[in-house]
Design a protein around this ligand. Structure first.
Ligand SMILES: Nc1ncnc2c1ncn2[C@@H]1O[C@H](COP(=O)(O)O)[C@@H](O)[C@H]1OP(=O)(O)O
Ligand SMILES: [Mg+2]
Ligand SMILES: [Mg+2]
Ligand SMILES: [Mg+2]
Length: 310
């Protein structure tokens, strides 16, 4: 008998995220990023386009009955056949015996896969390569239940011989894998936030939490990696810039390891295929589930009202 659908989805996502990471690294090596301005402070490169073609074409072929929503608007008629992979990561498939009961019998019609082929595009164009991640999030009905975060330039500070890239994945109720889970320092309050989309509300919400340190870095995926590795206590972005493909995979991985991600009013985002793309309520995520209410209680009333999820 074949493995449960949720595990096959994650195993395929891990394999295809690795291939997308190779495509991203190849584009950077050419030196021509093919940058397009989609809007104010909103860029797209050839790496975003090609990585999404690889991910969406591969997953569509493997799971034709599942809804897939990617960040970039693209024409899929000219996809390079070498970019289509049907591989499924063997290490993921080994967990077939430990799937939580509520995910054992899911149906393809209830699934939506959210694809951010390259999260941290602004930082990618500026050479801040460790801020870049490939995000594939899997939702069943409205809930983010599984996610893959591939970091294509992990290790790049260690010189040209270093082996690049790492895969982090998780399934809520099963666990999260591919990283060393470390608790954040007890006597500090480190908050990570945007470096390229800062505004008054983002700053006001952070100040209200009186952090001991602020880490301004790019990418939703990268900031959640800082949480799961204990380098920050909270990720706070009191602004509606992120979309469902930015938060689905990070939220699932964070929940799988014991953290929590919501909007700044404490509401969970919904991820079914008909949902509004924009995360109107901002982002408040904590490494430890039990810390979340404290940060929530510090959110200024004016910011909570402005960022009510619609
Ligand atoms: N105003 C915005 N316009 C477009 N994308 C945004 C905006 N704000 C946030 N994002 C997306 O959310 C990610 C996290 O935001 P930030 O780095 O500012 O904390 C960004 O890397 C970007 O994803 P992407 O790079 O995939 O387009
Ligand atoms: Mg983008
Ligand atoms: Mg993104
Ligand atoms: Mg992106």
């Amino acid at each position: 008998m074949s493995e449960p659908l949720i595990l096959r989805l994650v195993a395929s996502s891990v394999s295809v995220a690795n291939m997308a990471g190779r495509i991203i690294r190849d584009i950077l090596k050419t030196g021509d990023l093919g940058i397009v301005e989609k809007g104010l402070n909103d860029l797209q490169t050839e790496a975003d386009r090609n990585a999404q073609k690889c991910i969406v074409s591969s997953l569509m072929k493997a799971f034709p009955d599942v809804a897939i929503i990617g960040e970039e608007t693209l024409d899929y008629s000219d996809v390079n056949p070498d970019w289509i992979t049907m591989d499924q990561d063997a290490d993921v498939l080994k967990h077939a015996g430990s799937i939580p009961d509520d995910l054992k019998n899911i149906s393809a019609k209830d699934i939506c896969i959210w694809v951010d082929p390259l999260d941290g595009t602004a930082e990618f164009t500026q050479g801040l390569l460790d801020h870049v991640t490939v995000l594939i999030g899997i939702a069943v009905k409205e809930k983010a239940v599984a996610g893959v975060i591939y970091q294509p330039y992990y290790n790049y500070q260690n010189g040209p011989q270093a082996e690049l890239g790492r895969t982090i994945w998780g399934i809520v109720g099963l666990g999260a894998f591919g990283f060393e889970q470390v608790k954040p320092p007890a006597k500090e309050r480190i908050i990570t936030t945007t470096r390229s989309h800062m505004d008054g509300a983002v700053k006001g919400a952070i100040d209200a939490c009186q952090p001991t340190k602020i880490l301004r870095v790019g990418g939703a995926g990268h900031k959640v990696l800082l949480l799961i590795e204990g380098k920050a206590h909270a990720y706070l972005f009191a602004s509606p810039g992120c979309k469902k493909w930015d938060t689905c995979a990070p939220e699932a991985v964070l929940h799988a390891m014991g953290g929590k991600l919501t909007d700044v009013n404490g509401n969970f985002y919904q991820y079914h295929s008909g949902v509004k793309l924009r995360n109107d309520g901002g982002t408040l995520a904590t490494c430890l589930f039990e810390d979340h209410p404290w940060y929530l209680s510090k959110m200024p009333e004016a910011i909570r009202c402005t960022l009510k999820s619609k």
